[in-house]
Each structure stands twice: as C-alpha cells, then as structure tokens.
Design a protein around this ligand. Structure first.
Ligand code: MD6
Ligand code: FE
Length: 218
C-alpha cells in the first residue's frame, strides 16, 4: 500500500495518540505548501537557539497565527506575538490548516499558534515534550508535507520505551489525552523521498511540519 492510500487512524493503546495517514489529499498538500511559501515571504524562517547554551537548532522555523513559538539563548522557550526579526505580527493561519484542527482536535476553540518547522538535509529534532502551553487540555495537531520523516514517540519520561514510525506527506499526527505529554522527536528525514516541496517552489525540497497548538485557556 503506497503512502497516498488513506487508512484508518492508528491509535496507540488508548493514549490519545493518533496517526491519520494520507489525511490531506495531494492537491491540498500542494496548496498548503504554496501557502507556506507565501507565509515565509512575510515571516522569514529563522534558526532557533537553545536556551542557555545558545546552540543553534538544525530545524529552521517560522510561525503563523496570533502567537508563535520561539526560543533564544537568553529567554528560552516561549510564545511571542511578533516575528523576532521583522517585528511584524505573524501571518494568519490558512483556512485549510484551521479546517484540519476543527476536524481532528475535538477542541472547542481555534489554535493560536501554527509552528512551521523546516527540515533541510541533516535536520532533526531531539526528543522533547510540548509543554510551553497553558491550555494543556488541548491536543497538539501536526501536518507533514514533503519528504518522509522518521518520527520517534515514547512516553511520559525519558526512560519509557520509544518506537518509530514514518510520517509521509499528508499525514496528520494528533497528540491528545495522555500522549499530549509524551516525549517525541524526529530522528531524521529521508532526503529526496517526496517531490511536493520542489513542485511547490522550494528548490531545495525537504520537509515541512505544521504544528498547531492552543496556547492560552479559552
Ligand atoms: C515534526 N513534530 O514532526 C515535529 N509535536 O517535525 C512535533 O514536535 C510534534 O508532530 C507535537 C505534536 C505533534 C508533532
Ligand atoms: Fe513536538
């Protein structure tokens, strides 16, 4: 079965973790990727710096929505309502992205932050928990576009066993319930595995992940 075949969502042991494979149809993936290109023209991707050490992350980032996730050496992980370099408000979240949240989040309020993760060659994201949000009752919903990622998901502590799964373009992950506070990360991206981003005008290809979060309690 190819990566574009839609299957029923995969649920890990009643945890609130769902992988919706091929959730976004190809034509919509292309529209979303082109939309991200427009967002990046207004809110350029930046290299986030880890708190305290100032080590640059390998994933480049930007945001859309009322709030954007950001980190730098001095002040660490936080949400900000302006682009850190341009000082402009973040662009709006595209309607097609909000529609995915409305269908899958089960949450009665819209997301406030859509983090745009950009993976070039060699980029990866270490195991982490999404825990910078006050509205921790809301799930986190993420959309994958472009090259396939090797996604790792564990449990509530670093000692829990982990497993990996491939995230293909058009897949949507929901971390809700107990899994909202599970460790997860991206081990690597399979460079050249998908043509979507080159077709959408990203000459380098790569992978984009859109992570939707409710930040404040409605
Ligand atoms: C990524 N995703 O797929 C990174 N977080 O590039 C995440 O860190 C993530 O996919 C929370 C919920 C879903 C995710
Ligand atoms: Fe995350």
């Amino acid at each position: 079965m190819g990566p574009t075949t839609r299957r029923s969502p995969k649920l890990l042991k009643q945890s609130g973790f769902f992988l919706h494979q091929a959730k976004v149809p190809l034509a919509d993936q292309l529209r979303l990727a082109i939309g991200v290109r427009c967002i990046l023209a207004n809110a350029p991707a930046y290299t986030p710096l880890m708190p305290r050490s100032g080590t640059p992350m390998s994933v480049r980032m930007s945001n859309c929505g009322p709030l954007g996730w950001f980190t730098d050496k001095d002040r660490g992980y936080r949400y900000i309502d302006r682009h850190p370099e341009t000082g402009q408000a973040w662009p709006a979240i595209p309607a097609a992205v909000l529609a995915v949240w409305e269908e899958l989040s089960g949450y009665p309020a819209p997301p406030e932050a859509c983090l745009i993760n950009l993976y070039g060659p060699g980029a990866k994201l270490g195991l982490h928990i999404d825990q910078d949000e006050e509205a921790s009752d809301a799930p986190v919903v993420s959309i994958s576009l472009g090259d396939t990622a090797v996604f790792r998901v564990g449990g509530a502590t670093r000692k829990n066993p982990t497993r990996t799964m491939k995230l293909h373009s058009g897949d949507v992950v929901v971390l809700g319930g107990e899994s909202r506070h599970w460790y997860h990360g991206v081990d690597r991206v399979l460079t050249g595995s998908n043509r979507l981003l080159t077709e959408a005008g990203f000459p380098e290809g790569g992978r984009i992940n859109l992570t939707l979060r409710r930040v404040t309690t409605p």
